[in-house]
Design a protein. Structure first.
Length: 400
């Protein structure tokens, strides 16, 4: 991937428009997860130490015009606590308020501009709006990989108006993803879970052509088993996707990719936490039961296959990990990946909302080589789609 790194740029005394992703979960005016904020700290520290004047751009939620509950101002205490520096605030991202904020900035200082989505032109990638944003800065730095699948003014348009670079978080993300799927050490295993085949059809079609082993879990594994004529009982299953599942299996066979389905299943008759459960071999499941997790023999098979692998890509849980003890399959597989990563035998990259929660619950999120904080952008990257925010960085003006 051809892009300019922030580390190669002289930012001293320059105004840097930093596109961050501060679209964080919040409840009653309190941020409930600061991961995205915390991950920006290396970029913020670099800019302040090197004497940049930093204007931070971000969206938050889906406001329809100026909507007070979607203002970014409430984030200031969390930003200052995480980044360890004072953060100013401007009540607009363009116009007089933003221009005043720019002129007040001294070297090494930071100001957060108001939600870019307060202007409908942001999502339209409107040229005049983009020009107004660009007029505020000398350099554009995109550190929002998690918003890179959007061709919006602040994520894509700005790169065509200003010398541009990738922030330290964006750079780490792109390097990790490149190592996992574009130029990986082989053999490569992808673990893909989650409820539905339909939402990950493009992902699966792309992966079977690129990986050596594809482990399927969660509801989507049931759809593949149904397509093979196996009993799935009352389990979550998209029967209408059976033909697509067969087509993916045929593509995998032609590409020499082995699809690994559960060899045993944890089953229940009541869908609740701590429900009584029984484990059945995949071919012997009673029709009145439903699958809630991959069984121990399946986890053991994953563990055994991992011994041959050099790279692992993970998206989605293997079972209903939110309900204990049906997180055991996901936990067991995650801990196996973590163990091989810690011993230096594999490079492991994980991403997607549920994936991050599942790995946190398994207690091994810090043992993976890289965990992406992106949701939609991570999935679109797994599909092999070009990401507008990344493409713009590699195709346009590089910061000097």
């Amino acid at each position: 991937m051809d892009f300019q790194s922030l580390k190669n740029i002289d930012v001293n005394g320059k105004t840097v428009l930093l596109r961050a992703d501060l679209n964080v979960p919040a409840k009653d005016g309190e941020i409930t997860d600061t991961t995205r904020i915390d991950r920006l700290k290396p970029t913020i520290e670099y800019l302040t130490q090197k004497g940049a004047k930093t204007l931070v751009l971000s969206h938050f939620g889906r406001p329809k015009g100026v909507t007070p509950e979607f203002s970014l101002e409430f984030m200031l205490p969390a930003l200052e606590k995480s980044w360890g520096t004072k953060v100013g605030f401007a009540k607009d991202c363009i116009g007089a308020e933003a221009e005043q904020a720019k002129s007040n900035l001294q070297n090494g200082q930071i100001t957060l501009l108001e939600n870019v989505r307060f202007h409908a032109e942001e999502e339209k990638n409107d040229p005049a709006f983009t020009q107004q944003l660009a007029a505020l800065g000398d350099i554009y730095c995109n550190d929002a990989f998690s918003a890179a699948h959007r061709a919006h003014a602040s994520t894509e348009g700005l790169a065509h108006h200003l010398p541009s670079c990738a922030g330290l978080l964006m750079e780490a993300e792109l390097n990790a993803l490149n190592a996992a799927l574009e130029n990986p050490e082989r053999p490569v295993m992808a673990i893909v879970g989650g409820a539905k085949v339909s939402t990950k059809l493009s992902v699966l079609n792309n992966l079977v052509k690129k990986v050596d082993y594809l482990v399927l879990g969660g509801g989507m594994a049931n759809t593949f088993m149904y397509a093979l004529g196996k009993e799935i009982g009352q389990s979550l299953c998209e029967k209408e996707m059976a033909e697509e599942a067969k087509a993916i299996m045929n593509t995998a066979k032609a590409a020499n990719c082995e699809i690994i389905l559960p060899v045993d299943r944890v089953t229940v008759t009541e869908f609740r936490e701590n429900a009584p459960f029984e484990i059945y071999e995949a071919d012997n499941m009673p029709s009145e039961r439903q699958t809630v997790d991959a069984g121990p023999a399946t986890v053991e098979k994953i563990h055994k296959t991992l011994k041959n692998c050099k790279t692992v890509l993970w998206n989605g849980p293997l079972g209903v990990f939110e309900l204990k003890p049906f997180d055991a399959g996901t936990n067991g597989a995650a801990q196996a990946v973590a163990e091989f990563t810690k011993s230096g035998k594999i490079v492991s990259v994980a991403g997607g909302g549920d994936t991050v929660s599942a790995l946190e619950q398994a207690g091994c999120i810090n043992d993976f080589t890289y965990v992406s904080s992106a949701g939609g952008a991570f999935l679109e990257w797994m599909e092999g789609k070009p990401l507008p925010g990344v493409e713009a960085l590699s195709s346009h003006k590089k910061a000097a």
